[in-house]
Write a protein that binds this ligand. Structure first.
Ligand code: PBG
Length: 337
């Protein structure tokens, strides 16, 4: 039946509500606020240091002093939280001892942020890949297989070092089994009952992480190896739900789906099944695609970025990790073009 011959037409005209701006704004079902945004930032040692990340135009690695300045700007713009990722310049080891050093780069960055910018949330990445000689997210056995329980024991030490520094959220991105329960128990045992956990629950073995691995310097170490023995197969949806169910039972405060745009079905399903806050990560490769197309004049970066962020909200995300968080926050405010 054609639209024009539908019995409800012409008394029902869907376009009536869309004619005027006030009306479109009034019936808009989804809102995006800077408070929904989480800004991932790459941190390096030193003072007054910045480095560009070639595969992520506009993204820099920054030393802690500059991080603090950027965080002040983010807080002024109302950005909800900053997610810290280390670029550890070595030496990387087989046991990733640097990952849980109390005065390591990340604990120092957290202390500096909490002292200078108390209003912005601080989220730390719990994972070994930036510190480990082979670039995997865990300790390996003689055959190169990533060992689960041995890795979880190190992740616990790492998360505790972040919590002691004052992190608001620890965010395990490793995909080991049982890590949420182990982290919750260890945090509680040390009295960190307020330290929240964002679980990278539905994290897929994706090729969209390429530019991130350049940014944290794990790409070369990882070489041709993959993370398919622990990250989810991107063909699977039910398995992602099982991962989420386990993390909910183990005490996760928020779940995460990653990557973002190609996985909106997973995001919507997770939100629908668990009725709890879900974060989504618009990963480095998604950001690089937008930037590359914009640099060629093929896409409008501002419009496309804001569209993707609204789409994440519509699909059910409470929080969105995006490298465009500061840009978006400025545009939401109405600054710049
Ligand atoms: C690894 C980690 C990755 C990302 C965040 N944490 C990459 C990976 O799993 O290899 C990817 C983020 C991005 O691509 O923006 N612990």
């Amino acid at each position: 039946m054609s639209a024009a011959s539908h019995p409800a037409f012409p008394s029902v005209r869907m376009r009536r509500l869309r004619r005027d701006a006030f009306s479109r704004n009034m019936v808009r079902e989804t809102q995006l606020s800077a408070a929904n945004l989480i800004w991932p930032v790459f941190v390096i040692e030193g003072e007054q240091r910045t480095q560009v990340v070639a595969s992520m135009p506009g993204v820099e690695r920054v030393s802690i002093d500059i991080l603090v300045e950027r965080a002040k700007e983010a807080a002024t713009l109302g950005v909800g939280a900053i997610a810290l990722f280390p670029m550890f310049e070595g030496p990387k080891t087989l046991l990733a001892e640097e990952a849980y050093r109390e005065d390591g780069l990340i604990p120092r960055a957290v202390r500096a942020l909490k002292a200078a910018v108390p209003d912005i949330g601080v989220i730390t990445d719990v994972a070994l890949d930036p510190y480990i000689s082979h670039g995997q997210d865990g300790l390996i056995d003689d055959s190169g297989y990533v060992m689960n329980d041995e890795t979880v024991a190190v992740l616990v030490k790492q998360a505790l070092s972040h919590a002691r520094a004052g992190a608001d959220y620890v965010a395990p991105s490793d995909m080991m089994d049982g890590r949420i329960g182990a982290l919750r128990a260890a945090l509680d045992a040390e009295g960190f009952i307020q330290t929240k956990i964002i679980a990278y629950s539905a994290k897929f073995a994706s090729s969209f992480y390429g530019p991130f691995r350049d940014a944290v310097g794990s790409a070369t170490n990882l070489g041709k190896s993959s993370k398919e023995t622990y990250q989810l197969d991107f063909a699977n949806s039910d398995e992602a739900i099982r991962e989420c169910a386990l993390d909910v039972a183990e005490g996760a405060d928020m779940l995460m789906v990653k990557p973002g745009l190609p996985y909106l079905d997973i995001l919507a399903r997770v939100k629908d099944e668990f009725k709890m806050p879900v974060a989504v990560y618009q990963v480095s490769g998604e950001f690089a695609m937008l930037k590359a197309a914009a640099a060629n004049g093929w896409l409008d970066y501002k419009k496309c970025l804001l569209e993707t962020l609204i789409c994440f909200r519509r699909a059910g995300a409470s929080a969105i990790l995006t490298y465009g968080a500061l840009d978006a926050a400025r545009w939401i405010r109405g600054d710049g073009s």
